[in-house]
Design a protein around this ligand. Structure first.
Ligand code: FAD
Length: 486
């Protein structure tokens, strides 16, 4: 590279690539530096034997109605990502115990249908009314009022509505899926804002081309607008002179200068490793060090396994499958925790949070003609001496739901939690980033503006009111406004 760009973006995750597209479209000279040989960070895909496979299983909350749509509209390419959404012919399924039901979510079902499903789960009319009281309380809460609940755990807030175990287990599952924190840790204010967005848009979906179609679309915009995306360019240091970011030093010793630097490499890693405490006020450095990626990541042996299963013919009709249990969800989770600590799968299937997208039912081009791609996300330890045992445990459950999967299995790949750092470059194998827990949401959410002049942050760590990738995208919208204003 031989010219100093206006903006250097460090990392080609969702946050970095989305910001690149927004700024390049506004005429800024943008250069994205990515340490990996591919873009997308945690939202990356790979190709194998004609299949396009997400490294980590993803579904998307708001799609073209949320921050992704807003970014593409602002970047002048509203249709650059095409989305799958559920239709009457292709509806997600929810297994309650081993019994299949329509998936009770506003993206897929009307309020009446959701009520019917909840009754079929065994809830009484009063319990169903309690469920809709939660729904309505979330929907009708004024935005400003949600901030009063930022320091309240979501589980506490829920207690005013119900003590029903199944209902609580379903809410717990929703919070875990949205934010990868337990409802005891999650901030009620932030969850309410996030659920409000999700409920109002009711637009869960999946991008045609697999999850990496999103960062790839953003990178295509950067390039079309004259910007650059440079792969295998790992950053070693952010250069700070007189309190100002002036560029970066790469691992190979190259120095690149720029007017502005934006890091997508994680708030902790950026400020504590790539900038260094010596350039930061001590109070700020302490606050950054104290930010949490969630107790599940930091304090428990709980990890996950992501199976990507190739079948020689389509076996499953549904595009997406979820599972919960009527009784004993929390006890089951405790049992799995114990099993993870001992690195030995429990007897009987306890995977209350099994999450099974079938990507080739959402985009047939993700599998070769006549084949099927099934993804499976289940609980497993962070590290294991016997991954095969955990694979057998989860595959066995899938076989019990769909016996034909066993007969048509070609091969499977799997990823585990311990591989996430390879994709994110973070200190910890965290799923979302800095989690939306009490003490770090709302007015306490980490800010994209840093004490180092001309240095900003982008990515899920500094995003708000959304889920995972859409947190990162939301942050890109705000950071682009800050940069364009300055
Ligand atoms: C298993 C799993 C399942 C998930 N499921 C969902 C889901 O269903 N829905 C959803 O919306 N979200 C989901 N998420 C969360 C979502 O993927 C993340 O929140 C989001 O992708 C984070 O984006 P980001 O821009 O903050 O950063 P990242 O994806 O972490 O990207 C950071 C980028 O910076 C690069 N980088 C790091 N260090 C350097 C360096 N030194 N030099 C150059 N580049 C560097 C990395 O290589 C990476 O490309 C899931 C995540 C995981 C892991």
């Amino acid at each position: 590279m031989n010219r100093a760009p206006d903006v250097l973006i460090l990392g080609a995750g969702i946050g970095g690539t989305a910001l690149g597209a927004l700024l390049a479209h506004q005429g800024l000279d943008v250069c994205i530096l990515e340490r990996n040989a591919f873009v997308g960070g945690r939202c990356a895909s790979y190709r194998k034997e004609g299949f396009t496979i997400d490294v980590f299983v993803h579904m998307f909350g708001r799609c073209e109605k949320g921050p992704f749509g807003e970014i593409l509209r602002r970047a002048g390419r509203p249709d650059a990502i095409r989305w799958w959404h559920a239709s009457p012919e292709s509806k997600p399924v929810f297994f309650m115990d081993e019994e299949p039901f329509p998936y009770p979510d506003p993206s897929f079902s009307s309020r009446e249908e959701i009520g019917q499903v909840y009754r079929a789960f065994g809830l009484s009319d009063e319990d169903v009314r309690a469920f809709f009281r939660i729904w309505d309380a979330i929907d009708s809460m004024p935005y400003e009022k949600t901030f009063d609940l930022d320091e309240t755990p979501y589980s506490h807030w829920l207690r005013q509505f119900t003590n029903h175990k199944t209902l609580l287990a379903l809410e717990h599952q929703r919070v875990l899926l949205f934010s990868v924190v337990t409802s005891r840790e999650a901030s009620a204010g932030e969850m309410i804002r996030t659920i409000q967005n999700a409920q109002r848009d009711a637009n869960v979906g999946y991008p045609k081309g697999g999850c990496s179609a999103i960062p790839e679309a953003f990178c295509a915009i950067v390039r079309e607008c004259g910007g650059r995306v440079e792969l295998e360019r790992p950053v070693r240091r952010i250069l700070v002179e007189n309190g100002k970011a002036v560029g970066v030093a790469l691992e190979d010793g190259t120095e690149i200068r720029a007017r502005m630097v934006v890091s997508n490499m994680g708030i902790k890693e950026t400020m504590l490793r790539f900038v260094g405490k010596e350039h930061l006020p001590s109070e700020y450095a302490d606050r950054i060090a104290s930010l949490s990626t969630g107790k599940l990541v930091e304090e428990t042996p709980m990890g996950m396994i992501y199976l990507k299963i190739a079948l020689d013919r389509p076996v499953i009709e549904a595009p997406l499958i979820l599972r919960n249990v009527r009784e004993g969800a929390f006890e089951g989770l405790m049992e799995v925790m114990q099993a993870m600590a001992e690195d030995k799968p429990p007897a009987g299937y306890k995977g209350i949070n099994s999450f099974i997208p079938v990507p080739s039912n959402m985009d047939p081009d993700l599998a070769p003609p006549g084949r099927q791609l099934v993804n499976f996300y289940g609980l497993a330890p962070v590290a294991s001496a016997d991954w095969d045992a955990w694979v057998r445990y989860h595959l066995g459950y899938l076989f019990s739901l769909y016996p034909e999967v066993r007969d048509h299995l070609m091969w499977y790949d799997f990823s585990t939690l311990s591989r996430i750092n390879k994709f994110s470059g973070r200190f910890q194998p965290d799923i979302i980033g800095i989690v939306q827990s009490v003490g770090q949401t709302g007015r306490k959410r980490p800010d994209p503006v840093t004490p180092v002049e001309n240095l900003f942050l982008v990515g899920a760590d500094v995003g708000r009111d959304n889920i995972g990738t859409e947190l990162a995208a939301e942050s890109a919208l705000r950071v682009s406004e800050l940069i364009l204003k300055s």
